[in-house]
Write a protein that binds this ligand. Structure first.
Ligand code: A2P
Length: 328
């Protein structure tokens, strides 16, 4: 089993290499690729130093390619690599909405992997973190309406986004002009209700990704979902506040019981002990934290809950490696 990580030097790529090692993915050879900027750098994997190579624009010597170098690279190169026999698990949004390409969260629709024709898409990080918690509740009580607001870390914009938060914070504290480059406005000491491009319907593309992708992963093409996506000045792990109306009778106790036995989630819900999901506690964890589970006061038979998940892990690298494990 020869595995290639494309975009290995990026925020997600580095996590991919770590997760492959931590989960002891059974590989015979690992090759790391990035742009020419990184060629020759070394990265450690399982006690060895591997040299980063320039991403090939032709055949790639791998059986499985884990790609996280952006949509442009995936759009252009994934078909080339898969036509040469590799299976590409793609972390960009380039292929997610293609009906021929399975969009997979292993806890939800592992069977979709079997339909692949050489490319499998990994969902958007915000979608994945909500979906692992929403799916068991949907299966048990049938969600009819979901409204979610997100609190997204700067790592969603890659290593550059995290760097920008740190630099702006230093500038602010040192009394220098804060500046900004990656985000539309300064992110230090701010929140920005704008992630990805605005669409004709007034939503951003990030918000619509949650709608389109949840529907595809759940095989619920008409599911009613609305999202407001907000960037906040944290380094890592996304949080989301969800309000869900259910068809079948539901209670916070019943929901907690369902979530406690669901894969990929951890119930953290002891408000009297000040224990609830937070980016700081969710960072570095494979499970998505779920808590603040309570009856919604505005709608009948509805719950509110809060999730925090490491979007570089469940929202990206971990889910990608879990998909590759299904291929084995
Ligand atoms: P590099 O570090 O050489 O620029 P992030 O999402 O954190 O910004 O990371 C993006 C990843 O994708 C990095 O590993 C980056 O490599 C890689 N990358 C960006 N553009 C290209 C490209 N045109 N070809 C191959 N890899 C690319």
């Amino acid at each position: 089993m020869r595995v290639a990580v494309v975009g290995a030097t990026g925020a997600v790529g580095r996590e991919l290499v770590k997760v492959l090692e931590e989960r002891k993915f059974p590989l015979d050879e690992l090759r790391l690729y990035a742009s020419s900027r990184s060629a020759g750098k070394t990265m450690s994997f399982a006690g060895e130093q591997l040299t980063v190579e320039i991403t090939p624009e032709g055949p790639i010597p791998a059986d499985i390619v884990l790609a996280s170098a952006g949509g442009g690279v995936s759009k252009k190169l994934a078909p080339l690599w898969s036509s040469e026999g590799a299976v590409v698990v793609d972390n960009s949004s380039a292929w997610r909405y293609d009906p021929q390409v399975p969009l997979v969260i292993p806890e939800i629709n592992p069977e979709a992997v079997q339909q692949h024709q050489g490319i499998i898409a990994n969902p958007n990080c915000t979608t994945a973190i909500l979906a692992v918690a929403l799916w068991p509740l949907h299966k048990a009580f049938k969600a009819t309406h979901t409204v979610v607001s997100t609190y997204q870390a700067t790592s969603g914009a890659g290593a550059e986004g995290m760097e920008e938060l740190l630099n702006e914070t230093r500038n602010y504290l040192d009394g220098r002009p804060v500046g900004h480059k990656v985000f539309q406005h300064p992110i230090a000491f701010n929140v920005i209700p704008h992630i990805d491009a605005f669409q004709e319907n007034g939503y951003t593309r990030e918000e619509m990704k949650v709608v389109w992708e949840t529907r595809k992963i759940f095989s619920e093409p008409e599911m009613k979902i609305s999202c407001t996506a907000v960037r906040i000045p944290t380094l890592r792990a996304h949080s989301e506040a969800a309000t869900v109306i259910f068809e079948k009778p539901v209670s916070p106790e019943a929901a907690r019981e369902v979530l406690e036995s669901a894969p990929g989630v951890k119930v953290v819900d002891e408000p009297e002990q000040n224990r609830y999901p937070m980016p700081l506690t969710a960072t570095g964890k494979w499970d998505v934290e779920v808590g603040r589970i309570r009856r919604n006061l505005a709608f009948d038979n509805a719950l509110d809950f809060f999730v925090s998940g490491d979007q570089l892990l469940k929202g990206a690298a971990l889910n990608t490696v879990q998909i590759a494990e299904l291929l084995l």
